[in-house]
Design a protein around this ligand. Sequence first.
Ligand SMILES: Cc1cc2nc3c(=O)[nH]c(=O)nc-3n(C[C@H](O)[C@H](O)[C@H](O)COP(=O)(O)OP(=O)(O)OC[C@H]3O[C@@H](n4cnc5c(N)ncnc54)[C@H](O)[C@@H]3O)c2cc1C
Length: 348
Amino acid sequence: MKIREHLTLAPYTTFQVGGPARFFVEAADESEVLQALQHARSHSLPLFVLGGGSNLVVADTGWPGLVLKIGISGISTRESNGKRLFHAGAGEDWDKLVALSVEQNCAGIECMSGIPGTVGGTPVQNVGAYGQEVAETITSVRVIEIATGNVTEMSNAECGFSYRTSIFNSTQKGRYIVTQVSYLLTPGGAPRIDYADLKRHFAGRSQSPSLGQTREAVRQIRASKAMLITAGDDDCRSAGSFFKNPIVAVAEYERIAALSVCREQKPPSYPAEDGQVKISAAWLVERSGFHKGFAMGRVGISRKHSLAIVNRGGATAAEIVELKNRVQEGVANVFGVTLHPEPVFVGF
Ligand SMILES: Cc1cc2nc3c(=O)[nH]c(=O)nc-3n(C[C@H](O)[C@H](O)[C@H](O)COP(=O)(O)OP(=O)(O)OC[C@H]3O[C@@H](n4cnc5c(N)ncnc54)[C@H](O)[C@@H]3O)c2cc1C
């Protein structure tokens, strides 16, 4: 295990911003994670756990302690009551796992094709796309408790999943390191074609699409929105959607829908947990004056997706935060709604 010093973090993030880590180490297995934890503890270094860096805004001043990159690899499968369990190391590339599951004709995660990042990042914010989220298929998450070094398996219920949330990014934030995730998938299962974009893509076909065709369709749709990391497309230099869709009570939705700015069109909304309403953050952002392609120096809004803040090249984290603040203020002024960022802010 090699500890590096003063390593610039920008290349480890999809935003391509961020200053140096005072110390940086990559752990290839659980024993190396434990060694790194021991090192951080004995030197009183603040710890940051890094996956694929696809959901981060790292400060220009970097991280003053130890950045621990999780590089645990390995995927294995086993049959379980007619289903197939996929066990994947936290450092595996998420899309590699999706590709493998589709290759083995197993349904359950095909709509999440093309989400960047690692397997270990998926339970943290309960990643989801095109009508699926990992909470539907995760059976257990293997973790190391940072304070004690204890290794445990958490059940799905113990992870406390809800929209873009788990205990790992809320009540127990910073307590655990994910080392392995298990997903229960369905051999021969049909792909999930619930989402409007996917229904449109396959409209008029007499045969239902295969898992492979669904994966391909998702990747094409994502590429058209710069939500698939594609070399040469600078709209991909982002952390994906920058704001979560606000979830509000019905009465609050009605207040917003009655505003004069909504006279022509009500904000697009979807049913959410506990009878609440999820409002399209992208719509709120656009109607507040932040259209696709909006530019503010070296940062801007993606030309292909109004919810993605992008680094147009050479941007700083401070510039990203400035645009984030402007968008939040704009939406609050027009709609009286607070937008919450989806990425994790590191070193601020
Ligand atoms: C172009 C683009 C498109 C995207 N599309 C989507 C989408 O459709 N749906 C969606 O939900 N997200 C999307 N995202 C966001 C991002 O890809 C996911 O949140 C992803 O799961 C983050 O994983 P990561 O490994 O990159 O985590 P990182 O960005 O490295 O870390 C994110 C957080 O998770 C923690 N973490 C990471 N690994 C571990 C671990 N092993 N143990 C404990 N904590 C850990 C980190 O400490 C940090 O707090 C997109 C991002 C981009 C750039």
